[in-house]
Ligand binder design. Structure first.
Ligand code: HEC
Ligand code: HEC
Length: 285
């Protein structure tokens, strides 16, 4: 697995590396993301748009919020050109974008300039966006990656793509799972986000939140995913609504590893032990 992550940087043409994340595969095994290299010399608009889609669904973390759960406009379901023109014509619009391309790019790097009505942070009266500036850590997309996503969002509804193909790669676009601090396994991800501070999981006990050792009996993958990315949408009965919001910190790969792992947590495994117990005996021989 580690070998896949090693990336070679000695091509004669410019190479843009990016993290490609397998998104929601039914048989997802919690694999770590795979590094891919993109040869700018051989880049076509079609492959650039495909890169944009991959970034949108993966490293960009866009789908953590932009989905059909209602916490952000569902960009895949909306015609982004029409939406952008509507925003630009809104009397509340204070930004400097002049066209669709500019509006999409500005939304990504300067989310507070214009906050879609009803989607602002609680109590901010739609002056502050919950969306992180995605050219900043932890997501930190390069300008080339941002352009690729803009191209994807323009193309997906059959609208004109006005973005031009990159001719150079900005410095330091090499983001690897290691530099991102990306967890490599579900166990590592659960430790990284300290889920066990509140939940019984992986052999540790905490009763602040529901027991996760048998969560697979109660919730399916979609419900588990929703509990993590919109923690207060459905509150488990008898518990306080204090589960933190991980959406701005967690990478899709980490989320999917955790969801897959938790969906397999059933009260009785084939060998008759609870997952938590099995782990504990392994850890303390
Ligand atoms: C933490 C949640 C979150 C993440 C992650 C996120 N967004 Fe957003 N985004 C929002 C919310 C909420 C809004 C609506 C409020 C606003 O206008 O800022 C929004 C607004 C937008 C808009 C303007 C939509 C409109 O209807 O005018 C675009 C375009 C956009 N996001 C693109 C992206 C892209 C592309 C990514 C990934 C690179 C991304 N967002 C990641 C939460 C998020
Ligand atoms: C600060 C405490 C806290 C932390 C940290 C925390 N949770 Fe929770 N979680 C809760 C509480 C309390 C609930 C029950 C209330 C609710 O549904 O929001 C909950 C609910 C859940 C549920 C739904 C359970 C059910 O039976 O409906 C899942 C799944 C879940 N958490 C997973 C996680 C994962 C995965 C992490 C780490 C990435 C995590 N939680 C971190 C407190 C926490």
């Amino acid at each position: 697995m580690r070998m896949l992550l090693k990336i070679l940087g000695f091509s004669l043409t410019l190479i843009l590396t990016f993290t490609a994340v397998t998104y929601v595969l039914p048989q997802m095994k919690g694999e770590a993301p795979i590094e891919k290299a993109l040869d700018l010399g051989a880049l076509t608009m079609d492959s650039f748009i495909a890169l944009g889609e991959e970034l949108y669904r993966g490293k960009g973390t866009c789908t953590l919020c932009h989905n059909n759960l209602g916490r952000a406009p569902d960009l895949l379901a909306l015609n982004v050109e029409k939406v952008s023109l509507k925003r630009l014509a809104d009397s509340r619009y204070q930004g400097s974008a002049k066209d669709v391309e500019g509006y999409i790019r500005e939304s990504m790097v300067d989310p507070n300039i214009y906050v879609v009505a009803g989607f602002g942070k609680k109590g901010s009266n739609d002056t502050e966006s919950p969306m992180p500036a995605i050219d900043q850590p932890p997501v930190q997309l390069s300008s080339v990656e941002i352009d690729a996503i803009v191209a994807f969002l323009q193309d997906k509804d059959g609208n004109t793509v006005t973005v031009t193909l990159p001719t150079t790669v900005p410095e330091s676009t090499t983001v690897t799972p290691e530099t991102l601090g990306l967890a490599q396994s579900p166990e590592e991800a659960i430790a990284k986000f300290a889920c066990s501070a509140c939940h019984s999981v992986l052999g540790t006990e905490s009763a602040v939140g529901p027991n996760l050792n048998d969560i697979g009996d109660r919730l399916n993958s979609d419900q588990i995913r929703a509990s993590i990315i919109t923690p207060n949408a459905v509150i488990a009965e008898g518990y306080p609504p204090i589960m933190p919001d991980f959406s701005a910190k967690m990478m899709v790969a980490e989320l999917e590893m955790i969801v897959y792992f938790l969906s397999k947590q059933k009260a009785i495994k084939a060998n008759g032990t609870k997952p938590g117990e099995a782990k504990q005996t392994e850890a303390q021989p």
